[in-house]
Write a protein that binds this ligand. Structure first.
Ligand code: UDP
Length: 416
């Protein structure tokens, strides 16, 4: 696997570490369980990192030195692609030429390296986009910056040359075909999953004690990287609107913004605290640093509703994790969130980003115990359909298809 711009060893929820990190870790672990051996190549971001780290038996993270350890933004990484690619090619040459059977690249930067390795090693490249610049640019938040043309072109090159493209959802598959001219036969849909051992329902009162919120509180939570695309400001504004409409809620309301800053200087996490002050909801708003698995699951269980107001989202693991913990989700009706959330059943999908619409949807669930309970039960059931085991099985099938297709193409070239 190639995960150039973010390491599976990083804590998700801050910087460039998010759903893709979780995806690479969980997929690798489950593939290892199916007997596949995996090396994950990533760019080293600290001198102290060993060249190889065993994530679990069968999964090794290989930290590649390419460029300075710190201080490189994602937009500066294209300058390091050659050095990174050289290290990947060399790793195989030293280890054992012909060692790898399939390359699976994640995000377009890794795809560029994957293309080179594909041609050098004559093994298929399977690529997952994770996010697509054309989709993101079509629905930017007001204070966000568009993705640069170089990324768009780089993505097109990867789509054109990869042997198989794995889309998170049917919608993403259609976008690959319509926006990036992907050959339909190359595109397959593999939903991401959720770790149902970590994210599971439990006693809400106990979870609230664990995270330190009153048992009778109305808890609205945002979980994710603080950046314009993820729009935590919408939850803060919606909470303020709820209090305008019903001031009696103030004594019980808690708004939790869980995650760290991310982006290219556009994130301004401190501005969210300012926003909360300006809207007079700072007394009910808590900012929580990124937390890992079990601690995060407590927050999901403690929440009345989890809000995912993103402007675009290729899937939205947070929505799935919350539901697996029995918490309904209010999400923007964009991208993968329309697959991750069953509208009216496990939560509510809000078209557009109107604050009053979000406030109404949040209130409908958070202040009505019957609706919340019904949605909570449906949410747990819905999330159970998304185990990572299924993701791994389908991914492995895609690897096999890619190998067969490439073998057939090579045979045709020889005979032709
Ligand atoms: N996450 C986490 N700790 C945090 C905040 C987020 O571990 O404090 C994880 C979260 O559990 C999820 C991922 O980061 O698995 C975010 O994935 P998502 O698909 O929602 O968004 P992305 O980061 O891919 O845009």
């Amino acid at each position: 696997m190639i995960s150039l711009h973010t390491s599976p060893l990083d804590q998700p929820g801050i910087g460039d570490a998010g759903g893709m990190n979780v995806y690479v870790v969980e997929l690798s672990k489950r593939l290892a369980g199916l007997g596949i051996e995996i090396d994950v190549f990533t760019r080293a971001t600290a001198s102290a990192l060993p060249a190889k780290v065993e994530l679990m038996p069968g999964v090794t993270v290989r930290n590649v030195a390419a460029g300075p350890y710190e201080g490189l933004s994602k937009n500066e990484l294209p300058a390091q692609l050659c050095t990174f690619a050289r290290a990947v090619l060399r790793a195989e040459a030293i280890r054992e030429p012909g060692y790898y059977d399939v390359i699976h690249s994640h995000y377009w930067l890794s795809g560029q390296v994957g293309l080179l390795a594909r041609d050098r090693w004559a093994v298929p490249l399977v690529h997952t986009m994770h996010t697509m610049a054309k989709v993101k640019n079509a629905s930017l938040a007001e204070d966000d910056v568009p993705e640069p043309p170089a990324r768009l072109i780089g993505e097109e090159q990867v789509v054109e040359a990869a042997d198989r493209l794995l889309a998170n959802t049917e919608d993403e598959a259609r976008e690959l075909i319509s926006l990036y001219a992907a050959q339909p036969a190359k595109v397959g849909v593999v939903n991401p999953g959720v770790d149902l051992e970590v994210f599971k329902p439990g006693d809400q009162a106990a979870a609230r004690r664990a995270v330190g919120v009153p048992e009778d509180a109305i808890v609205l939570a945002f979980v994710g990287r603080i950046q314009p695309l993820k729009a935590p400001d919408i939850l803060i504004k919606a909470a303020a609107r709820m209090l305008e409409q019903d001031p009696s809620l103030r004594d019980r309301l808690v708004v939790a913004i869980i995650g760290g800053p991310s982006g290219n200087g556009m994130e301004h996490p401190e501005s969210h605290a300012e926003l909360a002050r300006a809207l007079k909801v700072d007394d009910v708003t808590r900012f929580v640093k990124p937390i890992a698995g079990a601690g995060l699951a407590e927050w999901y269980r403690a929440a009345s509703v989890v809000c995912v107001p993103s402007y675009s989202e290729s899937f939205g693991l947070v929505a799935l994790e919350a539901q697996a913990c029995g918490t309904p989700v209010v999400a923007a009706a964009v991208g993968g969130l329309t697959t991750a959330v069953s509208d009216g059943v496990t939560g509510l999908l809000v078209p557009g980003h109107d604050i009053t619409d979000f406030a109404d949807a949040l209130r409908r669930i958070a202040t009505d115990p019957v609706t919340r309970e019904n949605m909570s039960q449906a949410a747990v059931k819905h999330a159970r359909g998304f185990g990572w085991e299924l993701t791994a099985e389908k991914t492995l099938a895609a690897y096999r298809t890619a190998q067969e297709t490439m073998a057939a193409e090579l045979a045709a070239e020889v005979t032709g």
